[in-house]
Design a protein around this ligand. Sequence first.
Ligand code: NAD
Length: 268
Amino acid sequence: MLSMAGKVAIVTGAGSVGPGWGNGKATATLLARQGASVFLVDINMDAVNETRGIIEGEGGTCAVHRADMTVAAEVAEMVQACIDRFKRVDVLVNNVGGSAPGDPVSMTEEVWDRQIDFNLKTAFLGCKYVLPIMVAQGKGAIVNLSSVAGLRNDFSSGRVHVAYAASKAGVIQLSRSTAGAYAKKGVRVNTVVPGLMHTPLVETRLAKTVAGNDVAALLAARNAVVPMGRMGDAWDIAHAVLFLASDEARYITGTEIIVDGGITAAMP
Ligand SMILES: NC(=O)c1ccc[n+]([C@@H]2O[C@H](COP(=O)([O-])OP(=O)(O)OC[C@H]3O[C@@H](n4cnc5c(N)ncnc54)[C@H](O)[C@@H]3O)[C@@H](O)[C@H]2O)c1
């Protein structure tokens, strides 16, 4: 079940912004545990080399590549480097992304543009350069990472991040519409929609931007809004990505798996 033996998987953002397990790092490690050769892509070589060390320490197969996923030429070069190294691309996980606070008045145009590039253009560029390879192979699976912020709003939190919400909603429709365009060509495109996850992002970035460095209060507040009573973690995301990338999901395309402990179901 869920074997990735013989498959080659590109995971973007395969490092982590802080110590512990981010979604890309856990996904890359899980795909390697299931037998995939994993092409680890990140803008930060220290972060991605840590993931490489973990996978190689477990006896898995991987290679690292530095690329800024917002820059087309670097994405094209990255995909070619994967082909040079592993000869094919069976799975692409577009995991790069993250939020910046602000509403249309408080957010600068530059932050808006960077958010759209960071969350939406990165997935577009990954698809752009991998799809022709998957079509030539006659088979492939793409999994894009969205967020529950792309599905619903939690006005009671006081947290506003309009560009993140808009770009993560865009990721869902990018996936669905691309899935339709490639359904007869053997390529499946799906989205994993994480809820409130306890990844290094929480302590490293959110504690500063939304909680005035009060980590304990931030963790308690995030746990409290989840019907299951706690945040998920990066492995919850990794398992959903693995399933959508696997041959067991062969009849699934153009849809989403929401991994949120019940948050979306609880919204009015
Ligand atoms: N952590 C959460 O609670 C949460 C919730 C909902 C959605 N998500 C989504 O999950 C995805 C992963 O989030 P995370 O918190 O696990 O990751 P993260 O913030 O830990 O980042 C993963 C890696 O991405 C790399 N990266 C950043 N910009 C890059 C670029 N331009 N090109 C290449 N690599 C780049 C970083 O160096 C880092 O190593 C994101 O799309 C995020 O929006 C996360």
